[in-house]
Design a protein around this ligand. Structure first.
Ligand code: FE
Ligand code: FE
Ligand code: ZN
Length: 285
């Protein structure tokens, strides 16, 4: 199983420190932000200890292929009203792709965007425009559009919306999706019958497009459209279902990332990963 969590990326060791954090959870995959998720301030890649990180990964039989990057939330390619916001998103995403290429990771997770006061259709068209502008020949990083909970005016609440975006983008061989269990549940999908859901994913988008998964429990009932992550086994999805999902043989090759909340300001990931791997539940709070 390829499983890990989101990890920090901070001074002084940056990505090398991220790898150390991952290893401390006995994980074999991780997700990081190239800077604060809420803003666009970024350090030059040559200051991020990339070579040291690669060496440490190699010592553990891992590589940058086991590392996923998450784009910052402030990118909104779906903004129809404000040209400025859309532009900022396009420009930043271009730079982010270059940074991820330089780091050597293969997958960049992206929230498709929000249509704000326009319509979902208008938002989808805008997102397609943005991605067409951003994706370039010779690019190796693939973008995984995340399934969203549907809070506010989020695009990507259904598999069909993601499919529409993929179909509209010219270089769509560079596009895939990221299945977030909390978001799927909050948007109304029944994740307790995950095989049936994977059948839908396969029929609508294609299982080969699933590049990553986010494994989170949810604080809210199915269809609530809230997006509040809960620790594994403490929410409305439940431990058994989440174990079934991570042990499903059809998802075996896919990187799984926990984005559950800290407990008493401490990361719960080592125990949560162990619980999921062994299908035995030990309390984390
Ligand atoms: Fe996300
Ligand atoms: Fe997520
Ligand atoms: Zn979320």
């Amino acid at each position: 199983m390829r499983i890990g969590s989101h990890v920090q990326m901070k001074a002084p060791e940056y990505i090398e420190g991220s790898v150390k954090e991952m290893l401390s959870y006995n994980a074999n995959a991780m997700m990081l932000y190239t800077g604060a998720p809420q803003n666009t301030l970024r350090k030059a890649v040559n200051e991020l200890h990339v070579e040291q990180a690669k060496q440490l990964l190699a010592e553990h039989g891992l590589s940058m292929n086991d590392v996923v990057v998450h784009a910052p939330y402030i990118i909104n390619l779906g903004n129809v009203e404000k040209e400025e916001t859309f532009r900022l998103g396009v420009d930043f995403l271009k730079k982010e792709i270059e940074r991820v290429e330089e780091i050597g990771a293969g997958i960049l997770v992206l929230h498709p965007g929000s249509f704000t006061k326009a319509t979902p259709q208008a938002g989808i068209r805008r997102i397609i425009d943005g991605l067409n502008e951003v994706l370039s020949d010779g690019q190796t990083v693939r973008i995984a559009l995340e399934t969203m909970a549907g809070k506010g005016s989020e695009v990507g609440r259904t598999l069909e919306e993601l499919k529409e975006i993929i179909d509209g983008v010219k270089k769509n061989e560079l596009l895939g999706i990221c299945l977030d269990t909390c978001h799927l549940h909050d948007s109304g999908y029944d994740v307790s019958n995950f095989d049936a859901l994977l059948d839908d994913v396969d029929r609508i988008i294609g299982l080969d497009r699933v590049l990553a998964m986010h494994i989170n429990d949810s604080k809210n009932v199915r269809g609530a459209r809230k997006d509040r992550h809960e620790n594994i086994g403490y929410g409305e999805i439940g431990f058994e279902t989440l174990c079934d999902i991570v042990h499903n043989p059809r998802t075996e090759h896919i990187i799984k990332i926990l984005e559950t909340p800290y407990v008493n300001e401490k990361p719960p990931y080592k125990q949560e990963i162990e619980n999921l791997r062994n299908r035995t539940f030990t309390d984390v709070k």
